[in-house]
Design a protein around this ligand. Structure first.
Ligand code: HDE
Length: 743
């Protein structure tokens, strides 16, 4: 008895300690380090020679008894497992999460109580549609899945970078995935929605309208995984120790702000560096630029379940932040790259059904269907339900149950008892009371007739799509139209294009439908429809008015816009290229480089060839990147130092001129000092900018995100202006009236 009491004390949830290193320490037991070791077979036998198979004579047939050959080849033959049916391409990172203050009033989840506790996490970012080897920068939703290794077991927040979804009911998911994936006859196109079947489906499914707007916006081409928001999408439920529930929406807010690529850049990156986002994440962590995200919650008291003009169980709707503000409750820091892609990033298995006490589900029919799908597909990937024993998937707390056996079982369960109830095994493993950390499902009252029907409260498909459109900046609107020109421009069926314009876009906005029609060979709609809408109670209202009962309405939501609300003004980890050749001004290079690096930017010297280039002052600098291996698309800003000889050489290099034109076209800040300005004027942007007038010379001049300094050594003022231009990230709108610059 006394022995069991001690054991209980040891096993108590209160005394279970988890800290930042718990997961790393657990993984250490499984790591293999080849350093200074002999090559062996899987049986541990040392190998004397691995370059030749065992043969009957050096020109004779290979012998069956060559166990080393057989084993080596067999492993290669079986190295692949099925890729994920969606979200196949992903990148992972380890880190930790820390809550800012106890959330005990809302949830009893232990990892959300103590601000001094660091809970280990593993995050996997992904694209959705493309296969494992597809490009990172395609237009797509990004997955943002987080596994919290808590002292009460694993909690998975399996979200996306877009707060809503295409469909309302999980039963439509196979149709959606079939429509958007490559067509079944010719397996084309790869990693793209721009084809007939997807837009055919979308044009017939008005519930996709809101999500389509997000996917067509800049959100779907993030500049970095570190610079995008994450969302839990569904309404979940938090439950406190008193058993009181409240509804919650989860958000991740990146501390670097939200930033995107432009479409032309994204497409080019897909060719020049298909690993763009993966590399960015990896390098940021390697160089100590740890990605940070704050966890935010929107809290809806249980009594407000029906207070909105939409249904909070409908995953095609968000709750405008202007109605229910996002409270930031903690921070996640990603600080360690995986040791092995396959063992960790590929084998990690997330599941929205992995919850801990204090976090519970709602009846959102999309969420309910997900609760079935994840384990089902994981059994297909791993051919066994024992995938939970793979190191990356193990909780950091002990697992005791009678679910033994199956392919590749690792755990050796002791004893003859594998059932419950039992007396022969002392009744163990035993049940935990709620106080002992036992999971108790929220006792929601549910009643209803069995029926295959959509709730009437899910019927309004356009109001939030309209709210999104109306909340965009002028530039964002323009880019949504361009995205539609691309996506629908690739659709061969005119019927589908017409239906998209009339049955979907015109219901979102007449302005949008008209602008899109113009670019895709379809007549503009003759009348505006859908500016009014019926709410759940049948009242006719203006569209995109989101009322919380009590009167507050939202007709414009800046929180939806990147341009208007979500940027940061830091240049931390931004990449800047210095274009130079022999005969550059070293003093200018050094001054600008140092100023940028002090602010956390990464600076690279780019020239025609690798090797060293010499400055006018005689200093030699190592070139970081040659033109052939890089391009403007791999940088956030460009700087051209003076130095007559260098600039004269660059003027004759199409590569250097192309960097300037393209960076200009993509809205990127460009800085130039003294003779460097001549290179700008020699490029096509010479026609787009005027550069400083005589009296403005000697101090930096900023025009359309181009910062110049002439006849002056006042680099401090130049650097300040250049840094400010970089902090604004893009200067697209102000440049667009001079669209003749080629790129
Ligand atoms: Fe998923 N989803 N999903 N999904 N999902 C999968 O599970 C599914 C949805 C999300 O990095 C699959 O293990 C259904 C919404 C992420 O490993 C699969 C429905 C959201 C990941 C699956 C949805 C997500 C997945 C494929 C509609 C945001 C990648 C491989 C009812 C809240 C996780 C796998 C990782 C992966 C099913 C919709 C996020 C097939 C049935 C909404 C981030 O089980």
């Amino acid at each position: 008895m006394a022995k069991n009491e001690n054991k209980d004390q040891k096993n108590s949830i209160e005394t279970t300690r988890v800290d930042e290193n718990s997961k790393n320490q657990q993984l250490e037991n499984f790591r293999e380090d080849p350093n200074e070791q002999y090559l062996t077979t899987d049986q541990g036998v040392r190998i004397s020679r691995t370059d030749d198979s065992l043969k009957a004579g050096s020109r004779g047939p290979t012998l069956m008894e060559d166990f080393h050959f057989r084993e080596k080849m067999t492993h290669l033959d079986h190295e692949s497992i099925p890729e994920r049916v969606v979200h196949a391409r992903g990148s992972g990172a380890h880190g930790y999460f820390q809550v800012y203050e106890s959330m005990a009033d809302l949830t009893k989840a232990k990892f959300l109580q103590d601000p001094s506790q660091k809970t280990p996490v593993f995050v996997r970012f992904s694209t959705v549609v493309g296969s494992r080897g597809s490009a990172d920068t395609v237009r797509d939703v990004r997955g943002f899945a987080t596994k919290f290794y808590t002292q009460e077991g694993n909690y998975d927040l399996v979200g996306n970078n877009i707060p809503v979804f295409f469909i309302q009911d999980a039963i439509k998911f196979p149709d959606l995935v079939h429509a958007i994936k490559p067509q079944p006859d010719k397996e084309m196109p790869q990693a793209s929605a721009a084809h007939d079947t997807f837009w055919d489906f979308a044009s017939l499914m008005p519930e996709t309208a809101h999500m389509l707007m997000w996917v067509l916006s800049d959100r779907a081409i993030p500049r970095s995984f570190r610079m995008m928001e994450g969302f839990g999408v569904h309404t979940f439920r938090l439950v406190n120790a008193q058993g009181e529930g409240s509804f919650v929406k989860f958000h991740w807010k990146p501390l670097l702000g939200v930033h995107s690529l432009v479409w032309d850049e994204a497409q080019k990156l897909a060719g020049k560096d298909p690993d763009w986002l993966r590399r960015d994440l990896w390098e940021a962590i390697e160089t100590g630029e740890y990605p940070e995200f704050e966890l935010g919650i929107q809290m809806i008291p249980e009594g407000d379940e029906h207070a909105f003009a939409f249904d909070i169980l409908d995953a095609t709707k968000l709750i405008p932040e202007e109605l229910v503000p996002v409270r930031r409750i903690g921070k996640m820091t990603l600080n360690r790259n995986p040791d092995n892609f396959f063992a960790e990033t590929e084998q990690v298995a997330f599941h929205p059904g992995n919850v801990v006490p204090g976090i519970d589900f709602t009846n959102d029919p999309l969420l309910q269907g997900r609760l079935f799908s994840y384990v089902d597909t994981q059994i297909n990937r791993f051919h066994s339900s024992n995938f939970t024993e793979v190191p990356i998937n193990r909780p950091v707390v002990p697992v005791h149950n009678q679910q033994g056996a199956g392919f590749m079982r690792q755990t050796i369960n002791k004893g003859k008892v594998n059932y419950f109830p039992n007396s022969l095994g002392g009744g163990y493993p035993k049940m935990a009371s709620e106080q002992e950390g036992g999971y108790v499902h929220y006792t929601e009252k549910v009643e209803g007739h069995k029926i295959r029907e959509r709730s009437k409260s899910f019927k309004d498909h356009f109001s939030q799509a309209t709210l999104f459109w109306k909340s965009m900046s002028a530039g964002e609107k323009k880019r949504i139209v361009q995205a539609l020109h691309f996506e629908l421009g690739k659709v061969e069926s005119k019927e589908v294009r017409i239906r998209m314009v009339n049955e979907i876009l015109n219901h979102i906005s007449y302005e949008l439908a008209t602008m899109v029609a113009q670019g895709i060979g379809v007549d503009a709609p003759s009348i505006a429809v859908g500016s009014k809408v019926k709410d759940v109670a049948g009242t006719i209202k203006d569209k995109a008015v989101h009322a919380l009962s009590g009167g507050k309405t939202v007709e414009d939501s800046p929180a939806l816009s990147i341009d208007r609300n979500n940027k940061s003004n830091s240049i931390k980890s931004r990449k800047v290229a210095i274009l130079a050749d022999n005969g550059f001004s070293n003093i200018e290079v050094m001054s600008v480089k140092q100023a940028l690096q002090t602010q956390g930017a990464k600076v690279s010297l780019v020239s025609m060839f690798k090797g060293k280039i010499k400055s006018t002052e005689g200093e030699e600098l190592e070139v970081d990147k040659s033109h052939i291996t890089t391009g403007s698309i791999m940088f956030d800003a460009i700087f051209i130092p003076g130095g007559k000889e260098s600039v004269e050489k660059l003027k004759k290099q199409g590569e250097a001129l192309h960097v300037i034109n393209e960076a200009y076209k993509h809205g990127k800040p460009i800085g130039a000092i003294n003779e460097g300005i001549e290179l700008l004027m020699a490029s096509s942007i010479g026609q787009a900018i005027t550069i400083a007038s005589a009296e403005e010379k000697r101090k930096p001049v900023v025009e359309k995100g181009i910062v110049t300094l002439q006849n002056s050594q006042d680099f401090t003022a130049f650097n300040e202006a250049f840094i400010q231009a970089i902090a604004q990230h893009r200067h697209i709108v102000v440049r667009e009236e001079r669209a003749m610059v080629p790129a």
